[in-house]
Design a protein around this ligand. Sequence first.
Ligand SMILES: O=C(O)c1ccccc1N[C@@H]1O[C@H](COP(=O)(O)O)[C@@H](O)[C@H]1O
Length: 230
Amino acid sequence: MPPKRRTRIKICGLTREADVRAAAALDIDAVGFVLYPGSPRAVTPERAAALAALLPPFITPVLLFVNASAAEVAAGVTAVPHALLQFHGDETPAQCAALAGARAWLRAARVPLTPGATGFDLLEYAETFAAARALVVDAHVAGYGGGGQTFDWTAIPWSHPRLRAADRVVLSGGLTPENVTDGVRLVRPWAVDVSSGVEAAKGIKDAQRMAAFVAAVRRADAALPPSPAV
Ligand SMILES: O=C(O)c1ccccc1N[C@@H]1O[C@H](COP(=O)(O)O)[C@@H](O)[C@H]1O
């Protein structure tokens, strides 16, 4: 029997121990720590290490960077050596590869909010960032991310082989417990990534909304055919 679909879930922008514990008690796969000083959810590498230490095995810490220097990335990975990296700024493919070294990395793709906007082609972007383990497809907002805004999900050819290959899409941007079921049904992403939609305030997660978000993803999974083999 083919395996059931199970969309991976990342909850991003945690800053408090209680939120990490509440998230880790749910059926999730990754927790993100924002190492970008410009974010209201920013933590230091030391704080990220203390929070990541609360995670059980098989929930992956993700370190999010925006236009960070090599020294800043090195400080992050020294503090949280088992982390996956997420580059969410203007980094080029060569910069991502150099900053990550042997580590796996995700690349944010920021989709303009204007429906049908020109100047951004996700298929071309996927080719440019072919070395990224996955693309975090987010809305193009001020401040690089964490804006709680959705983009037009219908404007992208999600079933194109360049996006489907090795399941490269992490759907992000303005996801909430209320809209994520529709997002998963339409996009069929490998994973979803949420920050604002499960918060009481920036950087302060709401345990009930995190639980509702996970339940909504699992409802979508249950209604979809099994995942194709990866
Ligand atoms: O969370 C932030 O403050 C942040 C800052 C700079 C870049 C990215 C950031 N967060 C990421 O943005 C997306 C979408 O977040 P939201 O759900 O719309 O709030 C997500 O990948 C966060 O990891």
